[in-house]
Design a protein around this ligand. Structure first.
Ligand code: AMP
Length: 425
């Protein structure tokens, strides 16, 4: 079915054509008509399957129809997203799809000077894409007025309704008109979060493409059972293979990302890093360097896991195994987007095997185990190949010497070597 059959305005169809899209993806074909009719929608579809356009296109259609009848006034649409990077990306999408329409959009997020954002609001905008923290701050200081709001969108809905964000979301929703259209989009949505979400919606239509909480089929997944102390070496070994062109590496903690970045830099790998302790400029620069190919590797915490769309990510590596199975699905969804293939690799040290079990139950799939010689748990020390230099230390001989030394009377023991004295007071 071509886009034309959906009944979108000509200006929008022209922009879609310029974006190079030929036909709607399944989630778009299912959502666009419902949103155009003004229905509330909960949509669950795998990562990278075009969810943003599934809500942006019909929203633009509705706004352009309003504009035909009267001059557009006030903030009509609020889109909430969990990270600044995702908010910026959604604004870019709206501007691309709405390039032929007189619709103004603003991004509201923290980590940058608020003056420019307040100035944009004063000029008048129709769509706001925001992260909850900065939006609440501006709301409390009466810099925003949602009296004319018609549509609310929660992107990455399960993340937005999770404990960390929920109080902020409840406060924000409390300031919006009760009569509005509400849309929720996510790749993962547990039944508990869904029932919580329903409190914000009116007779919502469910759209579910593929199995709930499944990664896209375009991603090939495997795990390496590797001892924790060999993860750096294994990563370096993999990065040396030519097919590892654009690699997104996830760590659990910010300091882990810092340490790994330093290690890879020393190994001459071109690397960028992105986590919440970096300034907004540094975050955007890291993303840009990775998109432009200036960095082969982007090391990031889970703030990049949600919704971020980077072309041609060849591999996602879970350097640290994710604690929540949902995070796994979102992380690996950064590759294999828009039907192109991608690889997801997870490092699993012994202490994380229980997390692997939990994940396999969640995605109803057993992941392929791969081994690289010398990097798995039980790998015996490989014998030297013919012509190869023997190992630098002969541990068996060293042990024999130690035993002999212990057995000898102390007067006969040789004095310790200078190296052995190091560290002793
Ligand atoms: P999203 O899931 O919204 O992040 O979109 C994933 C990718 O799919 C983005 O790079 C979009 O540009 C692309 N995309 C969205 N809709 C279509 C479509 N109908 N045809 C081809 N590509 C699309």
């Amino acid at each position: 079915m071509p886009f034309r059959n959906l009944g979108l305005e000509d200006e929008i169809l022209r922009a879609i054509q310029q974006a190079g899209y030929i036909r709607p993806t399944p989630v778009q074909a299912a959502c666009i008509p419902k949103v155009m009719q003004g229905q509330d929608v909960i949509a669950i579809a795998q990562t990278g399957t075009g969810k943003t356009a599934a809500f942006v296109l019909p929203i633009l259609h509705r706004l352009s129809q309003c504009h035909r009848q009267e001059q557009l006034r006030g903030i009509k649409v609020l889109i909430l997203a969990p990270t600044r990077e995702l908010a910026v990306q959604i604004v870019d999408n709206i501007r691309a799809y709405g390039r032929h329409l007189p619709i103004r959009t603003a991004a509201i997020y923290g980590g940058v000077d608020e003056e420019a954002q307040i100035k944009a609001l004063r000029k008048g905008v129709h769509i706001i894409v925001a992260t909850p923290g900065r939006l609440l701050d501006l709301l409390e200081r009466h810099k925003l007025d949602f009296n004319l709001l018609e549509i609310l969108v929660l992107d990455e809905a399960d993340r937005m309704l999770h404990m960390g964000f929920r109080p902020d979301i409840e406060t924000i929703v409390g300031t919006l008109p009760k009569r509005r259209q509400t849309l929720m989009f996510s790749a993962t949505l547990s039944k508990e979060i869904e029932s919580l979400a329903r409190r914000f919606l009116y007779q919502p239509k469910m759209v579910q493409i593929g199995k709930r909480s499944n990664p896209a089929d375009t991603v090939t997944q495997c795990v390496y059972e590797v001892p924790a102390h060999l993860k750096n070496a294994l990563l370096l070994e993999l990065l040396r293979q030519p097919e590892f062109k654009r690699v997104l590496v996830f760590t659990r903690m910010k300091d882990g990302a810092d340490r790994l970045t330093n290690f890879l830099k020393l190994a001459q790998v071109k690397v960028a890093k992105l986590h919440s302790s970096r300034s907004q400029d540094q975050r955007l620069q890291a993303l840009q360097d990775f998109k432009d190919g200036k960095a082969q590797v982007l090391i990031a915490t889970d703030i990049v896991a949600r919704g971020i769309d980077i072309d041609g990510v060849s591999h996602v590596v879970n350097y640290d195994f994710p604690v929540n199975p949902e995070d796994y699905v979102h992380r690996i969804g950064r590759t294999g987007r828009a039907e192109s293939p991608g690889d997801a690799i997870s490092f699993v040290p012994k202490q994380d095997l229980n997390l692997l079990d939990m994940l396999e139950l969640f995605i109803c799939q057993r992941l392929v185990r791969k081994h690289l010689r010398g990097f798995n748990y039980h790998a015996p020390v490989p014998p030297p190949a013919p012509g190869e230099k023997p190992p630098r230390r002969d541990w068996r001989k060293r042990t024999r010497d130690m035993e002999a030394m212990k057995a000898a009377p102390s007067s006969k023991r040789p004095p310790p070597k200078p190296a052995d004295r190091r560290g002793k007071k």
